[in-house]
Ligand binder design. Structure first.
Ligand code: SF4
Length: 213
């Protein structure tokens, strides 16, 4: 069984697949409390669903792309069966994870978006750095940037771990409403940073408060 906050069909707002139609499976619970978290409603809410029920709910949209997110999706043991089932059914499966739980058991075919928490999140002490050695070439690494100190932290990590050569993309995402994308862009350009600016597209299409998009 899985505890599920919501399943919905929307436009992918993040990652290199931003702009693509996608089904989202948001699993309940998270063991972090990032200062800028925009999905706190996924900490506690949720309903029990079998893996069969989740797969059926996804399939009704007829969409090849699926993202499993949270909360922190790797907290629930049955997420592994869910990923296997969705891959077996022919879906392109993305997994968004906070970067503090090991990605060692995630099926190889899954496209992982692995966060590295910066100091401004208040949770940077929880990063599982061994995850960066487990990245597949098709995976992506994401830093959410709150301020200049976060940017400098991300820049150092990108260089120290050679992330531009390990992952398909290194994403820098300004905290919506806190850091102007223009400021982050100018820092990236000044440093010739081998990374990609990411804005949360869904917050521009709808609003920062709209759920289920
Ligand atoms: S890991 Fe994600 S869901 Fe958990 S507190 Fe941080 S931003 Fe929120």
């Amino acid at each position: 069984m899985l505890t599920v906050t919501e399943i919905f069909y929307s436009i992918q707002g993040e990652s290199t697949r931003a702009g693509c139609p996608c089904v989202f499976v948001r699993l309940t619970a998270c063991d972090l409390r990032c200062s800028w978290c925009d999905t706190a409603y996924a900490f506690l809410e949720g309903r029990k669903m079998s893996v069969d029920d989740v797969v059926a709910a996804v399939d009704q949209y007829g969409c090849p792309l699926v993202e499993i997110t949270g909360g922190e999706p790797l907290l629930q043991e049955d997420v592994y069966e869910l990923m296997d089932r969705l891959i077996g059914a022919g879906h392109v499966v993305m997994l968004e994870t906070g970067g503090h739980r090991t990605i060692a058991r995630v099926p190889a075919a899954v496209f992982k978006i692995v966060d590295v928490k910066c100091p401004g999140s208040g949770e940077s002490g929880k990063n599982d750095w061994s995850n960066l050695d487990r990245l597949a070439p098709h995976d992506e690494v994401k830093f959410v940037i709150k301020d200049r100190a976060d940017y400098e932290f991300a820049r150092d990590v990108i260089g120290r771990y050679g992330l531009a050569d390990r992952a398909a993309a290194v994403l820098l995402s300004p905290v919506h409403g806190v850091l102007e994308p223009r400021a982050l862009s100018e820092w990236m350009l000044a440093d010739r940073l081998p990374a990609r600016l990411q804005v949360q597209l869904h917050k521009y299409i709808w609003s920062a408060e709209t759920r289920g998009v």
